[in-house]
Design a protein around this ligand. Structure first.
Ligand SMILES: Cc1ncc(COP(=O)(O)O)c(C=O)c1O
Length: 361
């Protein structure tokens, strides 16, 4: 007989695996597994957070207050075309709750960001996996071949996570011309990739752009994301959103970050420089490194499995992400965030030592 609690739980939730906390990482460890920026936030953000602390007895503005307006200026959209969320993860779940019901289909060009599939399943939707091509780009005709009257959403991470590549504006327009389901273009890495289709929101009413403060702005810990879409879509999303989805601290951090775009751009320049150096060094060590428009590298290492490599490096307190055997990939794929020059150096030394120890056990 089922335990009482188990019999009460929504079957959709029963099918989900438990969360694993993962290893406790020491402050000195090299953390290149979560796609974070290695730099401290802008001093303006830290000052703004300090000032706001005296106000946290008050609830935040329910629809994002002045940050929503500042984002409208930053994105050249209007305020009623913007919604804020507790990270873009929160907005992905909200979009699914608003648009997808049991039996509806959601197209996922894969491999891609795993939360799309997770959030689809949670609302009873059916993920339709469309494999990307050998360069991990989408093929519009492959998506159209799987598109059906039940298709509600197509998720396109651009650039894509974990594969780091960018789909061209032309392909996105071709897709938008041919479907009337909601096309979510997830531009989580927008400032690093320096490519967007947000200007098309006024032309295509079924286009929604997702953005994040976690990557380019280096604010992953504050949890702040936003979406840009036509007013009608934003209105439906706000109807279901939590009353206070974004904390007062996130709101002021976001505003302050937008006032320090020079600092953000300097960090991006450093990351792009380090990305080139790290990619080259990994290639010298025998890795196949894919072109990246993000702050991480997607790579394949044929000598040992990614699982072995990741576990061995973790023993040295160097963390990178294992994509071996995930979403149609073979056992050798990795995602490595670009760290500071020192972190990247320590990663490379760790890999070299590991390779030596494998040759002379
Ligand atoms: C493509 C993509 N979308 C969304 C997210 C989630 O970002 P956030 O921190 O804003 O929830 C990530 C995080 O890695 C991502 O790679």
């Amino acid at each position: 007989m089922k335990s009482t609690i188990e019999s009460l739980v929504n079957p959709q939730v029963l099918s989900l695996p438990p969360k694993q906390a993962g290893p406790v990482k020491s402050p000195s460890s090299i953390r290149l597994d979560k796609g974070e920026l290695p730099f401290a936030p802008s001093p303006l953000v830290i000052e703004a957070l300090g000032r706001e602390l005296t106000q946290i007895n008050r609830y935040p503005e329910i629809m994002g207050g002045s940050l929503r307006t500042k984002l409208a200026q930053y994105t050249q959209a209007s305020t009623d075309q913007i919604i804020l969320g507790n990270g873009s993860d929160d907005l992905i779940e909200l979009i699914l709750k608003v648009f997808v019901g049991p039996g509806d289909e959601v197209i996922l060009p894969s491999p891609t960001f795993f939360i799309y599939q997770f959030a689809t399943t949670v609302v009873g939707g059916l993920p339709v996996i469309v494999p990307r091509n050998s360069q991990f780009d989408i093929e519009v005709e492959d998506i159209l071949a799987r598109h059906s009257p039940k298709t509600k959403i197509i998720f396109l991470a651009n650039p894509n996570n974990p594969t780091a590549n960018l789909t061209s504006r032309e392909k996105i327009i071709e897709l938008l011309e041919k479907v009337d389901s909601l096309v979510v273009v997830d531009e989580c890495y927008y400032e690093i990739a320096a490519a967007t289709v947000a200007d098309l929101v006024d032309i295509y009413p079924n286009l929604l752009i997702l953005r994040s403060f976690s990557k380019s702005f280096g604010l992953a810990g504050i949890r702040l994301g936003y979406a840009i879409a036509n007013k009608e879509i934003i209105d439906y999303l706000y109807r279901l959103a939590q009353l206070f989805p974004v904390s007062r601290l996130a709101l002021v951090a976001g505003e302050a970050a937008l006032e320090d775009l020079g600092y953000i751009q300097d960090n991006i320049d450093k990351i792009i420089e380090q990305r080139t150096l790290l990619g080259k060094s990994l290639e010298d060590l025998g890795f196949q490194v894919y072109p990246s428009s993000t702050n991480f590298l997607f790579a394949r290492f044929g000598d040992i499995t990614s699982k072995e490599l990741v576990e061995n490096l973790a023993r040295r307190e160097i963390y990178i992400a294992d994509f071996g055997l995930k979403q149609g990939l073979d056992a050798h794929y990795l995602r490595i965030a670009v760290g500071s020059a020192r972190e990247n150096q320590l990663l490379l030394e760790g890999i070299k030592e590991l390779m030596l120890s494998l040759k002379n056990p």
